[in-house]
Design a protein. Structure first.
Length: 167
């Protein structure tokens, strides 16, 4: 049952990426649902689990969009960094912390994406970084605001499972 919830929630986030409902868009940018899912998953998992979830979901996003530049790199880094934060006890797990982590990780993922675009060399650096600044900020704001929508139900589910396994 746990794998169905995990897979179903990840699939729902994947399907929400192209969806733009009222209040879900800022400057033409929507929330990065997969990034939110990777942060929520990785905050309680190992570095390897964070990396794998980010890379797999990034590849699925690449399959829906264009494979170059890859979203897998940025989401993989996000999974690793989030898992490392939890392991070092830099964070306390609550709505505010998760929203803050999502905000920072959205900027990290968008920066990695912009660096990949720059390395491809088919666009000018000025064009890439001008757009990146706007897109990264809009994505970070929206993703952090919508993070509790993913965090709360999944966290409750995992807490209930933990109670069942401990009893």
């Amino acid at each position: 049952m746990d794998w169905m919830v995990i897979g179903g929630s990840a699939l729902l986030c994947l399907l929400m990426l192209p969806t733009r409902l009222p209040g879900m868009e800022l400057l033409g940018i929507g929330p990065n649902w997969l990034l939110i899912w990777v942060v929520v998953w990785s905050v309680k998992r190992s570095v390897v689990a964070g990396l794998l979830s980010g890379v797999v979901l990034g590849m699925l996003q690449d399959a829906m969009t264009a494979p170059d530049p890859s979203h897998a790199v940025g989401l993989g880094v996000v999974g690793v960094l989030t898992a490392l934060m939890q392991k070092q006890r830099f964070i306390q797990e609550d709505f505010i912390s998760i929203a803050l982590i999502v905000f920072v990780m959205a900027v990290v993922a968008d920066t990695i994406f912009a660096v990949q675009l720059s390395l491809m060399g088919d666009r000018t650096l000025e064009t890439i970084w001008t757009y990146y600044q706007r897109a990264a900020l809009a994505s970070a704001i929206l993703s952090s605001l919508w993070a509790p929508v993913i965090y709360y139900p999944l966290n409750r589910w995992w807490q209930k499972l933990k109670l069942i396994h401990n009893s």
